[in-house]
Structure formats: C-alpha cells, structure tokens
Unconditional design. Sequence first.
Length: 277
Amino acid sequence: MVKNKKGNIVLTVLFTLISLLWIFPIIEVVLNSFKRKAYISREPFGLPTGKMFEGLKNYVNGIEKTDFFRAFGLSLLVTVLSVAVLLLCTSMCAWYIVRVKSVISSVMFYGFVFSMIVPFQMVMFTLSKIANMLRLTTPLGLVLVYLGFGAGLCVFMFTGFVQSIPLEIEESAMIDGCNPIQAYFRIVLPIMKPTCITVAILEAMWIWNDYLLPLLVLDSDYQTIPIAIQYLKGGHGSVDMGAMMATLVLSIIPIVIFYMICQKHIIEGVVAGAVKG
C-alpha cells in the first residue's frame, strides 16, 4: 500500500510537470500579448510589468488590422457547417457499412481507412486545381472539401461504436412501424451521442485552426482567422508581434470554451468508438 501511494505521488508530480510544460507556450503567448512590441523579442519570458506593459492596445490593433470579427464570423460559419455535415454524413455512412455487410461496404470502409494514411501534401496541389475547376472556392465549397478530408477518421470512429449497438433495438423499432431512416434518427443517432460529441470536438479543433486548406481553396476575398493572422506579417520579414500574439489569444478562446463544455464526453466517446474484434 505504501509503495502504491508513493508511486501514485511520483506519477502525479511527473504528469503535473509534463502538463505545465505542455501549456507553457500558450501561457507565453498570453503574457506577450500584453507587452510592447519591442520587448516581445527582447524579453520573451519576462512578465508584462512596468514599461513592458502595453495593456489592451495590442488587442485593439490586432482586431483593426485583421478585420478580426469578419474573419471570426467566417471561421465560425465554416467550422459549424463542416462539423454538422461531417457528423450527419459519416455517421449514416458508418451505420450503413456495419448493417449492410457486403463487398461494397467492406471496400468503402477500407477506402476510408486508407484515406487517413495518405499525406495531405500528396494531394494538395491537385485539390487546389480541382477546387478551382468545380468552383468550390467559397465557404460552402470549403465545407465540401472538409467533408472529403475528415470523413476517414469520422467513419472509423463511428463504425466502432455502431458495432456495439444491438441490432435487436433497430428491429424492434421497425416492428413498431419505423422505416430504416426513422430507426436511424430516432434510435441509433441518440445512442451515438457520446461519439458524436467526441468527433465534433476533434473535427472542430482541426477545422478552426486549419490554415493550409482554406489558403489553397478559398478566394482571396475570404479570410479565416489563421489566414487573417498570417497577413500581420509585412514585407521584408517585418511582423507586428504584439497584434499577432493578441489575435492568437482571441482565436484560442472559443475552441477552449467549446472543449471545456464537452470534455466530459471525450473519454466515453473514444472508448465507445474503439474498434471491436
């Protein structure tokens, strides 16, 4: 018992230190967002006190330079629509793959798994060309592109969960008069709530923070938050570090709030989505 307690204390201390080391860069970004620009590079680890303290000027400057609220609205629109489309389409697809056992469903499943392995760099130039040809260079077009890239992981997780749902539940619903689509929306989808929330968190964090895909696909008239922040880099390597740090903090806040609200469902959803042998 004594050895177990000592081991638990050591592990607690160790993982606490690892956690602090993990969030240290984020803390530094927050602290530097309140410093004058000259001191961000000169004393990056110093506290924003005295003559280093800039107050909220960096935030005001960053919001004005990046047209932050317009970029925020576009990022929010793309993220919400993309996550909603991903959840609906991939959960139904996973349900079909599990319930309709055929060669086609097996090929579909392994195709989705294979898509998780292919590096994005292999397809990004082809993707950009095809997106231009099909006129997918708008926010709604970007939602369709995210559906293609995010479907692999979503289908993989949903498939593992659907396998754990007894088929008898759906059969009972059909005996009571439900057709397959009604059985899915009234029975299966509510049961899949933990996995849906887990997938939504993972996909939302990816889409909200994504820089390269919107840059390749969207017209120059549309700027998500990562693109708007990148434009704070001026010519000849000049960067408004104060405004950049401030807008980075503002961009982190929504996804952190979303994660904190939904975090209790993450472990449950990941475990439920584990593939069963």
